[in-house]
Design a protein. Structure first.
Length: 201
């Protein structure tokens, strides 16, 4: 049985002499790991899509070899976020976060909101955005995973702030929430603290 989904490549690892294992995220199927045979050999030009932070539409199934890695039957390029490499700080930030994502997502477990936030964060960071844009995407994953504590019902302003950040992380046309620099820093540190908690969850 074949499945079709969108997919963003988040990691590439050499495998044996000429192959690659690519890991990434799908909205409907969570983390997916594919074995690309021959991707590092003389025919590597056949695999131009196998780059970090490239979005594909893929058709896949379980690998008949029984390795646990998936077999990619076909792929169609959708979008490339290669230009993030022009912003080294953003590239380092997103690389750190995707390691976290790959560790805390599972195959066949949908992460539709996280995928949308990841895609939008890549677009913003590829255009010169900064730390807050990524922190907003991180908050979406934490919220979708049930790791954001309930807001104090006696302080509805906190709930409003939470949803302003989530809406910004998920809606391409949403304006960045306006906070004072000091308050924005506190929000980023709060999100980072939740992520550290999730490491032990």
């Amino acid at each position: 049985m074949y499945f079709r989904t969108d997919y963003i490549i988040l990691r590439k690892v050499p495998f044996q002499e000429s192959s690659l294992v690519v890991s990434g995220l799908s909205p409907e199927y969570g983390r997916l790991d594919f074995l690309l045979k021959g991707a590092r050999g003389s025919g590597a030009k056949k695999f131009p899509f196998a780059g970090l932070f490239r979005e594909l539409s893929v058709e896949f199934r379980e690998n008949p070899s029984g390795t646990g890695l998936l077999y990619m039957k076909s792929q169609e390029p959708k979008c490339s976020f290669d230009s993030i490499a022009q912003y080294p700080e953003n590239y380092i930030r997103i690389c750190s976060w995707v390691q976290f994502l790959l560790k805390h997502t599972r195959p066949m477990l949908a992460v539709e909101r996280t995928y949308a936030a990841l895609r939008l964060a890549l677009a913003r960071l590829s255009s010169g955005g900064g730390e807050f844009q990524l922190a907003a995407a991180e908050l979406v994953f934490l919220h979708e995973s049930g790791l954001v504590p309930d807001m104090d019902s006696d302080d509805p302003e906190k709930e409003k702030i939470l949803h302003r950040i989530l809406d910004y992380a998920l809606e391409p046309g949403s304006a960045e929430p306006v906070f004072s620099p000091g308050f924005q820093d506190k929000l980023i540190q709060w999100i980072r603290a939740l992520s550290r908690y999730a490491e032990n969850y």
